[in-house]
Design a protein around this ligand. Structure first.
Ligand code: PAF
Length: 299
């Protein structure tokens, strides 16, 4: 997706005491110095609107590395829908506050699109050996090329020892592992458990856009996943998917985009269960026109 460079860029926030870099040059100088001192670098890529799920990734990075970098960047090339990009929450001041409360030594990188992409805001084309064609890939054209492009840029610049990703975007996590191994980017990728609200709703930056009643109702996704998990013990994957589809059809507040019970390695839908394979169930659904995704392990 081609986007003009001045759309929705973030302002500069260097007046905070903690390090908030806005340019590639600042990052390069810092990283070169850190590498000379053999520091390990943990990296948490984010699109901002940070929540406790992000905080848990950041804390894990702090516990395992000498330096932690957090990027806050709403990546235009991974949106297939201009209005979704437009409405994506942008809360840099709050994000900096939240990070500061975790640890004021964390380094934040919040570039503009023009700065990060050096004026050429387009995606590269990647092959992730078919992982990109399942689930999200079927519904969000070009999404994973955009994710691959931006992470390639960040990894090349920050040269992290370890990068941390949440399992809520499980397909993304598997694709990032593929990106790193296939394109030899030399980063260890760690997947971290989904952080949930008390209701079971998976934490997401998009939850900020839900009305209080939709936010309450959204717990229905996780409730349905948990019931599906119980049924998966005795029923076929197809039967469980059919049951989930029916539950969503009965709930008038939701529009189900897909439900898929898939092998965690290939992300392909399960035809026949095998005890040797691991499976997860994945859902994407709209409530109040806001797209939410969630998934849980089935075995
Ligand atoms: O998961 C996200 O927030 C984004 O896809 C990521 C990994 C920060 C890339 O823009």
């Amino acid at each position: 997706m081609q986007i003009s460079s001045n759309v929705l860029d973030l302002p500069s926030f260097n007046f905070y005491k903690m390090k908030v870099f806005n340019t590639r040059e600042e990052v390069l100088t810092f990283i070169n110095d850190a590498k000379k001192k053999s520091k390990t670098i943990g990296y948490v890529p984010t699109m901002g609107a940070l929540h406790q799920g992000h905080a848990s990734l950041i804390k894990q990075s702090i516990s395992q590395n000498s330096i932690t970098f957090v990027s806050v960047f709403v990546n235009p090339t991974q949106f297939d829908n201009a209005s979704d990009l437009d409405k994506y929450p942008r809360t840099l001041e709050n994000d900096i506050e939240l990070i500061k409360q975790i640890d004021s030594n964390i380094i934040i990188f919040a570039p503009t699109s023009k700065e990060l992409y050096q004026g050429n805001i387009t995606s590269k084309n990647y092959s992730f050996d078919g992982l990109e064609h399942e689930m999200e890939g079927k519904h969000r054209a070009g999404h994973f090329d955009g994710v691959g492009t931006v992470l390639d840029l960040f990894f090349t610049l920050i040269k992290p020892t370890i990068a941390y990703f949440g399992e809520k975007d499980f397909q993304q996590l598997q694709i990032v592992k593929k990106l790193v191994s296939k394109y030899k980017l030399g980063v260890n990728i760690i997947g971290c458990e989904i952080f949930r609200e008390a209701s079971g709703l998976a934490m997401s930056s998009r939850n900020k856009r839900l009305s209080p009643s939709a936010r309450k109702e959204a717990a229905f996704i996780n409730k349905t996943l948990l019931e599906a998990k119980k049924q998966f013990g005795t029923k076929s994957a197809i039967k469980v998917e059919e049951w989930v589809t029916k539950q969503f059809a009965k709930n008038k507040q939701f529009k189900l985009e897909y439900v898929s019970i898939a092998n965690i390695k290939t992300l392909k839908p399960v035809k026949r269960k095998s005890k040797k394979q691991q499976y997860r169930i994945f859902i994407a659904a709209f409530i109040d026109n806001i797209r939410l995704i969630d998934n849980i392990a089935l075995n």
